[in-house]
Structure formats: C-alpha cells, structure tokens
Design a protein around this ligand. Sequence first.
Ligand code: SIN
Length: 492
Amino acid sequence: MPLSLNQHLLPGRNFVGGEWCSAADDRTVAVVDPATEEAFATAPDSGAADALRAVDAAHAAFPAWRKTPAKQRAQIIKRWNDLVVSHQEDLGRLISSEQGKPLAEAKGEVLYAASYIEWFAEEATRADGDVIAAPVQGRRMLALREPVGVIAAITPWNFPAAMIARKIAPALAAGCTVVCKPAEDTPLTSLALVKLAQEAGVPPGVLNIVTASRDRAAEVVDVWLDDARVRKITFTGSTPVGKHLARRSAGTLKKLSLELGGNAPFIVFDDADLDAAVDGLMAAKFRNGGQTCVSPNRIYVQDKVHDAFVDKLAARVGALVVGPATDPAAQIGPMINARAVDKIERHVQDALSRGARVVVGGQRVRNAQCTGPNYYAPTVLVNADASMQCSCEETFGPVAPVTRFDTEADVVEAANATPFGLAAYFYSNDVRRIWRLADALETGIVGVNEGALAAEAAPFGGVKDSGYGREGSRHGLDEYMHIKYVCQGQLD
Ligand code: SIN
C-alpha cells in the first residue's frame, strides 16, 4: 500500500515565470517508487525549449529581485521556511515515495532542509561589504557584495529536499534568480518545495524549475551551460558529471560550486572509545542506506581493537530493519534503482573475490516486506584492502568494508590515497593525535569523535576530485555573490 500524498503539493508541472506549465512538447516521465518499481505519478519531461524559457524568466526577474531590500527577501524566505516546516509530514511522504528512505528519516530531512532555508533567510540581511582603509589620501574605497545573477541549480536524488534548500535558499538570499533541474528519479519533492516558495511570496520568474527524464536531462543542462546569462552553476552529483560541467561552462566562464563524489575514510584508533566509534559509524554509514556523499566508504580499525570493534559493529548492523517506507520499523529502505543495487552487488562480489569475508549481510533482500528488487542487506566485510572496488569508488549503499591497520602513518597514507577529498572521520582520545590527523587528512570535512556532521551552520564541501565551493554557513552565501570594488577619488 503506497503512502497517501497531499495532492496540493503535486503540481505535476514545471514552474516558469510564475506559471505552472507542461513541457513545451507535452512530454512526461513516470515517477517510480523504488520500493516496488511501480509508477505512481508523472512529471514533465522537459527539453531545450523549456530550459530556455526558464532562463528568459529568471533573467527578466533578476533586476527587480536584486534591488528588493534584503530584509524583504529575508521575510519571503522565512515564510518559505515556515511553510516547509508546517508541511513536514506531506513532504516526508513525498520524499519516501520517490526516494525510498524510511518515513521518519524523510521527515527528518524536511527539517534539515528547512534549517538551511531559515539560516539563509537570516544571512540575507548580513551580506555586508567592507569600507577599506584607503592607502592614499582623498579616496574612499569600498568592497560591495553583489548577487552573481541567474544561477542554475542541478540537484541530486539522495536528499531531494535538503539539496534544493541549501542551493536555492542562499541564491534567493543573495538576490540571485534561479533555474533548477532536480534529479530524474526525484522530481516531485522539488516541485512541492517550489509550490511552497510560490505560496511564500517568491515573485514570478525568481525561481523556475523544469524536470526531465534521464534521456533529456543533458538537453536541459546544455542550454544553461551555453547561455551567457546563466552566471553560476551549482551542482551536487558525480565527479565525471562535475568535470563535464566545468569544461562545458568554461565557454562562458561561469562561477561553479561542485559538490562531487566522496570516498570517506573512517578511522578507529586503539585509544578510541569503541562504543562511541560504533555509534558514529552507524550514524554516518547507514544514514539514507549509505546513499550519502559523506558516507564512510573505507573503515580502518587499528590492530589491537579490530576484532572487538567488528563484533560490536556486526551486532548493530545485523539488527537493522530493512523495509519499505510504509513500515514504521524500517531503518534501511530500498536503494534508489536497479543500477544502484547492481553496483553494490558488484562491489561486494569483487571484494569477496579478492579475499574479503562477509561478517553480516552480503546479499539482496527479498521477503514478504521487501517485495521489490532494490533492497540490499546492511553488510559488514572484513579483510578489505586497497585493491578492491569498494575501497576505490563510492559504493553508495549499506556496505561497511573494514581494513585492519598498524600505525598512524600507515593509515594516514591509506586514507589520503584517493583522488577524492570530501569527508573523513576518526576516533581517538589522544589530543595530540587529534590535531595531527585533523591537519593531515586531505578532505574538506573532518569528523573527530563524531559521525553526524551535517548542519546548516557548517561549511559543507570538498577538495580534490570532490569539488569546490561550500554550502551552508556564512560561506554558503559567498558562493552566490561577487565583490565589486568601488573607489571614489578627488575627495580632498
Ligand atoms: C550529500 O550526500 O551530498 C549530502 C549529505 C549531507 O548533507 O549530509
């Protein structure tokens, strides 16, 4: 039995220039419940003409929106936050239906999304510039902060509400106008959020959204990449796509924020509090079924505590309840689609063929509760090593491969031996080691004795092949602004 949905939040159409409209050629794409693979709604399958209309609208709306006083913009964004919070249940149901995560987790994501909207409503009023102490007599020198212009937001399926919120809220706060394309698998949550933004009073043309199928997504995005009126792209997704966006947008030298793949190490030293480390790993690894960019992908445990840690971890992982969002007990939902489960299975098979051993899990789940093909059992592997696919690429699923290590120097070298650099975690009670590691790990985010890192007040983003730009925190607003230097002379 699917979750019941609030039809008011299912406009089923694009929103362009303040109007809800079908794709120019009336094409639609089915939205599928990953728990059953059954289609339960449709969204527009937009193409180049729709993408262009969205830019026209955003470009036309920009001059008035950038001049709207920050306080007024902030009030509208704050109303958006209030509407999102008051629709927590409805939005949670939408997220669960199209993305598959358990309902309690989906409702948690709604509040997580709202926290960014509220944060940036407040930041809008603090986008101050500087008055510079002039090095020359008779001059006034200022650094003013200005919105960059029309921005294109391309968002992923794993957090259909939160990723939209942390891109669009700062853009609106900065005075930018927006064109957005949500992920092919999860168009409905974003359309619902835009509906609430409209109700909150975001003026026509300021926020535009077009949805598209996997086959036509590139057609939409290419229009935005080539259009000089789009001044910034903000993207969360894979590293190959991020690199493509960087290359293709070079023609119009757009500003970019790229939140790309991760391959996070999670290190447990023998001086750590093991129970805290297991708690941290459970929170970081199994959130959203492991379908999270900051999910630990490589777990390194120091020799002396390895076996005790694995025992504790296996007991917790074996107790996780796998099931559809409709089951209130479910902790791990279905993976997003068949390709995702195939990849997980490939990684586990590859690891086993290279000497890893399954401690718990290690196979798909299909039973009276889990009737669809997209469930994978929460899994712990031991004897993982650097040669395995699961150590080199994001598995993006509920698989925890554990590698034994000997010295701090060895583990730092192993942790950094990846092109990626989004998040890293470690557990230790040695204060000197803590600062050595925090310095040595080549990532944009480091969790020290903490597995739950995400917060609206924190700068989220990576280094190396994990991209650049930061989301959340006061730095998140800078991504949507540039600095204009104004110098007035002849003042004496
Ligand atoms: C992501 O997976 O890209 C976002 C995760 C988060 O916000 O913690």
